[in-house]
Design a protein around this ligand. Structure first.
Ligand code: ATP
Ligand code: MG
Length: 412
């Protein structure tokens, strides 16, 4: 029969790949804990309106990338393309807008109908953090410091650069938007079709275009700095001062935008030159308007998301596969005794397997194949004396150990 293939843009994560993936998640989860963040899990699919309402009908995600379908009950469902909307929905659902701030960490799969390429998939995975209910610039700095700490803990401090920008407050952004529209309208003929469309609907988003011709125009576009209100400028200065105090290096990049209307003030990306076109590994910003869009009270918030696949690809060292102890019994009585030893080891926190197939030689080969760090040899003679021969495969030394002592001797 024809072998079935994974759906385009999806992939199996196995072996070393999975160890890298898990290392990213475990590291992020641990560091997020150090900053006082708790983990939340929200459903992988939501009412389509959770995303349509909040991501806005001009964003790429909503216009082109959502996996939406009508389920058997006739409801429009969407596989989550990102998790910020779901977290805000959960905050409102759980009545937690009454107990702010909430500091949330998450990890899990996201789905976007995109053209698959290196570092870009249709099912991909993100870690993310949201600090909800904190209007202060210190919150922006803290959430960025968390991201930087995670990247540093992954050994990636030398591979990424934090690019920082502000989108200002509403009056700043309105003035800036008008200036951008004037500038791009004067060059409309040279814009890509997508960006001409954005010009009418969401001009800030043009700054995020990856089109070559657009990039040239964007280089000459006005920047927001001169349009910032004094309040917005002070907010941005405070974020930067806090970042310095928190030991987070950054560069300013006035081209960083988040395309959605609910974003304000801080916008940032951690970028790398090591992944070709897919150079953004972590992206985030302040989204003071989102919780209200979800039907909650106006609630300030700031957060980021990072692609686990892209982070995994950057790891230079693979986390080592855990090494087992291999129990090798010969003969029926030994096999029976081996099961007790095996469980002793596992209860003692030692990864342990038993080789029970073939002759002695084949069993030792099995121990080698699984990369065992030690073998516990149980023959009729050893069993009779209540001992096992424990051989350390790194040093080659063999010692005799009482059966009841094996787990203790091999404990890590
Ligand atoms: P891009 O510009 O690369 O499309 P984006 O702006 O759509 O990114 P965000 O929505 O900000 O990305 O998501 C945050 C992070 O999630 C990205 O920086 C990236 O690391 C990762 N990411 C986004 N889309 C994908 C995808 N299709 N496959 C793998 N990782 C992704
Ligand atoms: Mg995208």
């Amino acid at each position: 029969m024809e072998a079935l293939q994974p759906v385009r843009g999806t992939r199996d994560i196995l072996g070393e790949d999975q160890r890298r993936h898990a290392h990213v998640v475990n590291t992020a989860r641990r560091v997020a804990g150090l900053y006082g963040f708790d983990e939340w899990s929200t459903p992988i699919f939501e009412d389509t309106r959770v995303f349509a309402r909040t991501l806005g009908d001009t964003s790429d995600v909503v216009t082109k990338e959502m996996y939406s379908f009508v389920d058997r009950g006739g409801d429009s469902i969407t596989l989550r393309p990102e998790n910020t909307a779901g977290i805000c929905r959960a905050l409102v659902t759980g009545g937690l807008t009454q107990s702010l701030p909430q500091k949330v960490f998450y990890a899990g799969p996201m789905f976007r109908y995109e053209r698959p390429q290196k570092g870009r998939y249709r099912q991909f995975h993100q870690i993310g953090a949201e600090l909800i209910g904190a209007p202060e610039p210190l919150a922006d700095a803290e959430i960025i410091a968390l991201g930087w700490h995670i990247l540093t803990a992954l050994g990636l401090a030398g591979d990424v650069v934090l690019e920082l920008n502000t989108l200002g407050d509403t009056p700043s952004r309105d003035a800036y938007r008008a200036a951008l529209v004037a500038y791009f309208q004067a060059h409309a003929g040279a814009l890509s079709a997508d960006s001409r469309d954005r010009l009418a609907r969401n001009p800030l988003r043009i700054l995020d275009s990856k089109d070559q011709a657009d990039r040239a125009l964007i280089a000459g576009a006005p920047t927001i700095s001169v349009y910032l209100t004094p309040e917005a400028a002070a907010f941005y200065a405070a974020v930067q001062a806090h970042l310095v105090r928190l030991g987070v290096p950054f560069v300013e990049n006035p081209r960083i935008v988040r395309g959605l209307d609910y974003y304000s003030h801080t916008a940032f990306e951690f970028v790398t030159t090591r992944l070709g076109a897919q150079g953004t590994v972590m992206a985030g910003g302040r989204y003071d308007g989102l919780v209200a869009e979800m039907g909650g009270p106006p609630t300030p918030a700031v957060g980021w998301a990072a692609g686990i696949e892209r982070l995994s690809m950057l790891l230079t060292e693979s986390p080592a596969a855990p090494r087992a102890v291999c129990v090798v019994p010969m003969g029926e009585a030994a096999e029976a005794a081996a099961l007790a030893v095996l469980q002793d080891l596992r209860r003692g926190g030692v990864r342990a397997e038993m080789a029970y197939r073939g002759n002695f030689k084949r069993r030792l080969e099995r121990a080698n194949r699984i990369g065992a760090r030690a073998v516990v040899i149980l023959g009729e003679d050893e069993i009779a004396r209540g001992v096992a021969a424990v051989k350390d495969l790194a040093t080659g030394t063999q010692t005799e150990v009482a059966l009841t002592d094996v787990a203790r001797v091999l404990a890590v």
